[in-house]
Design a protein around this ligand. Structure first.
Ligand code: PLP
Length: 377
């Protein structure tokens, strides 16, 4: 008898590797590897989470209606068209499994979020990669990838790990030129951070088309990554489909309670946006001044390129940073072998990274790196 075999495609998946959280030795880490917020969650969300501990024997409200109403009120949306999930990851997987099957194709961009090809392969589909231009989505390149097998297109806007975005007019053109039977998924995990007049996460497109879905998360600006909470705004028919296939209690009661509080705490969100604006600009300037190329970011992280820095590679620098307790994110899996992604941290964390990079660049220039680091050059 042969052993059980997974469905075709599954063994082609490289499991997602989360940002690291430990350093060598006993140093308390400065963890800037997963785009978490340095401000933490709203205190009202923490209080709501604690209060939920009093009723852990009860199942949650399977329709998460309080949370959908709170999100609807916050953004002026019909709660019936909102579906909540255990992180936006779950929603990305649900949309894929509902609309893409064996032999179908799903498109994502060159340096796009790695959950997309995992979801496509898990459903027997073929991931198709659209080239980017200057680390930015190229709408025409996506359209060139479309075939009669295409069922889904994923666009993280802004994208992770590049931090770049495309204006809403380009997203509209993408939607207009994609076939009607193709679901366009606009992943707005970092939407709240964007401060550009020509940006919009996709609310209007979802409201006015039958084939566009927008996903959002509570993991980033709301600081609730540990709870696993996300939401999708969908056309009516797609919401109906997702509700048929999701787990009946896919979002926990503490997550619902904390999410309601978080989405209602506008002041906390604004504080996070202001902090990010200030330190994203500061970091971009300081890191660039050290000689690194930094991709212009509108999110809460920045992509630092090591090409052109004599005697140094991203891996060597990452090893040295880890020795100092600083954890950034390697992004070789995203086709960026000589870059590191850094999340905007607290003021002290940001200053510590810049100081550490300064020292690394100086030592590399003098060829003074630790022999082990030098070997990896
Ligand atoms: C672009 C993008 N989409 C989705 C997610 C998943 O977020 P969640 O924690 O809601 O599953 C992330 C998390 O890193 C992300 O960067």
């Amino acid at each position: 008898m042969t052993a059980p075999q997974p469905k075709p495609g599954i063994l082609d998946i490289s499991a997602y590797v989360p940002g690291e959280s430990r350093t060598i030795g006993n140093v308390k880490p400065i963890k800037l590897s997963s785009n978490e917020t340095p401000l933490g969650p709203s205190p009202t969300a923490v209080a709501a989470f604690r209060a939920a501990a009093d009723s852990l024997e009860r199942y949650p409200d399977g329709s998460a209606s309080a949370l959908r109403s709170a999100i609807g009120a916050r953004y002026g949306l019909n709660p019936d068209r909102i579906v909540c999930g255990a992180g936006s990851d779950e929603l990305l997987n649900l949309v894929t499994s509902a609309y893409l099957g064996a032999g179908d194709e799903g498109i994502y961009t060159e340096h796009g979020f790695l959950v997309y090809p995992i979801a496509i392969r898990a459903n027997g589909g073929t991931p198709v990669v659209a080239a980017e231009r200057d680390f930015t989505c190229d709408v025409d390149a996506i359209l060139d990838c479309v075939t009669d097998k295409t069922r889904i297109v994923f666009l993280a806007n802004p994208n992770n790990p590049t931090g770049t975005y495309i204006p809403i007019k380009d997203v509209r053109r993408l939607r207009a030129d994609l076939p009607q039977n193709v679901v366009l998924v606009l992943d707005g995990a970092y939407a709240e951070y964007v401060r550009r007049n020509d940006y919009e996460a996709g609310l209007e497109l979802v409201a006015t088309t039958a084939n566009t879905v927008m996903t959002r998360t509570f993991s980033k600006i709301h600081g609730l990554a540990a709870l696993r909470l996300g939401w999708a705004y969908c056309p009516e028919d797609i919401a109906d489909v997702l509700n048929r296939i999701r787990g009946p209690f896919n979002v926990s009661a503490p997550a619902i309670a904390a999410g309601v509080a978080a989405i209602s705490d506008q002041a906390h969100m604004e504080a996070a946006i202001m902090h990010n604006d200030r330190w994203l600009a500061w970091l971009t300037e300081e890191v660039s001044a050290l000689g690194f190329k930094v991709t212009p970011s509108v999110a809460n992280f920045l992509l630092i390129h090591f090409d052109g820095i004599a005697g140094l590679t991203a891996i060597a620098a990452d090893d040295t940073l880890k020795g100092k307790g600083i954890i950034l994110r390697r992004v070789a899996g995203y086709g960026l072998p000589n870059a590191l992604r850094m999340t905007v941290g607290t003021e002290a964390e940001n200053r510590a990274v810049v100081e550490a990079l300064k020292e690394i660049v100086t030592r590399a220039a003098k060829d003074e790196l630790h022999p082990q680091e030098a070997l990896r050059k």
